[in-house]
Design a protein around this ligand. Structure first.
Ligand code: CDP
Length: 243
C-alpha cells in the first residue's frame, strides 16, 4: 500500500514507513533472529507484529497435551480447528516478544519448550494445519502496517508483501545465539546438541513438500553473522524507506 503523495522534506524514515502501512515479510531458518528483529521493527514504526512460528508452536503444544500421535493428521487438524490461538502485542517491559493465548490460556513460555521445538516441524508439515493457520495469518495481515515472520511468508502467506527479507546466519552463529538465550534463562544445554537440533530443524523445514523454507525470488537476503540486532533493524527500516 504505497502512497503516491510526494515525500515531505525532513520527514524521517520511521515516520515515512509508519505512514505507508506496508506489509513486511521476514523469512529465514531457525535462530536467525527473525522474531527479535521483527518485533523491534514493528515497535519502531508502530506496526503489528505477527509471529507465525508462535502459532505453529501453540498448535504443537495442543497436540502434545492431547497426546495425539504426530502422524494422526486428521485428529490433529480437528483439534486445532476447535481451538482458539491468539497473538497479543507485549510492551517493552515484557520478557516475551509476543503473548500467545491458547483457548484464553497464556502459553507464551510453554510454546518455547524443547519438547514443542522438537515436534513443531512435524505438526507444521501437515497441509490442513497450514491451511488453517495461513488463513488466519492472511486475515490478520489484511489491512497492512504489519510485519510477519516465519518460513513461507514471502512465498505463500503474503506473496504481495511490499518488502521481503530473507534473514539468515551460519548454523554455528545461530546455534551460539540459541545456546546463549537458553543458558541465560537457566537451562542446562550443550552447544553441540543445539547445533544438531538447529541443522535438523532446517533440514526438515527446507525439504518438506508443502510451503518449504525458501527465499522468495524478490526477497532481500540479510546475512547477520557479523551484524548487531540494531544494525539489522536499521537495514530493514532503510529498505522499507526505499519502497
Ligand atoms: O525457533 P525459531 O524462532 O527460529 O522458529 P519459529 O519461528 O518459532 O518456528 C517454529 C517452527 O514452526 C519452524 O521450525 C517451522 O517448522 C514452523 N513454521 C512454519 O512451518 N511456517 C511458518 N511460517 C513459521 C514457522
Amino acid at each position: 500500500m504505497l502512497s503516491k503523495e510526494p515525500r515531505l522534506k525532513g520527514d524521517d524514515s520511521k515516520a515515512w514507513v509508519a505512514q505507508q502501512k506496508l506489509k513486511i515479510a521476514i523469512d529465514g531458518p531457525a535462530g536467525a533472529g527473525k522474531s527479535t528483529v521483527a518485533q523491534l521493527v514493528a515497535r519502531e514504526v508502530g506496526y503489528l507484529y505477527i509471529d507465525t512460528g508462535a502459532m505453529y508452536r501453540a498448535a504443537t503444544l495442543l497436540v502434545l497435551r492431547a497426546k495425539i500421535p504426530l502422524d494422526h493428521q486428521k485428529a490433529m487438524t480437528e483439534l486445532i480447528q476447535r481451538s482458539v490461538i491468539e497473538l497479543q502485542p507485549t510492551d517493552a517491559s515484557s520478557p516475551e516478544k509476543i503473548r500467545v493465548l491458547l483457548n484464553n490460556e497464556d502459553v507464551s513460555a510453554q510454546i518455547r519448550s524443547r519438547e514443542v521445538t522438537a515436534a513443531v516441524s512435524a505438526v507444521s508439515s501437515v497441509m490442513l494445519v497450514r491451511e488453517l493457520l495461513v488463513d488466519k495469518q492472511r486475515k490478520m495481515a489484511g489491512l497492512g502496517a504489519v510485519i510477519l515472520d516465519g518460513r513461507d511468508i514471502g512465498t505463500v502467506v503474503m506473496p504481495d508483501a511490499d518488502l521481503k527479507i530473507f534473514l539468515t546466519a551460519s548454523p554455528e552463529v545461530r546455534a551460539q545465539r540459541r545456546y546463549d538465550e537458553l543458558t541465560a534463562i537457566g537451562e542446562n544445554v550443550d552447544y553441540d546438541t543445539i547445533l544438531h537440533e538447529i541443522v535438523e530443524r532446517d533440514r526438515k523445514d527446507t525439504n518438506r513438500a508443502i510451503a518449504p523454507l525458501r527465499q522468495a525470488q524478490d526477497a532481500v537476503m540479510i546475512l547477520s553473522d557479523n551484524m548487531t540486532i540494531s544494525q539489522v533493524v536499521d537495514t530493514i527500516i532503510k529498505l522499507c524507506d526505499k519502497r
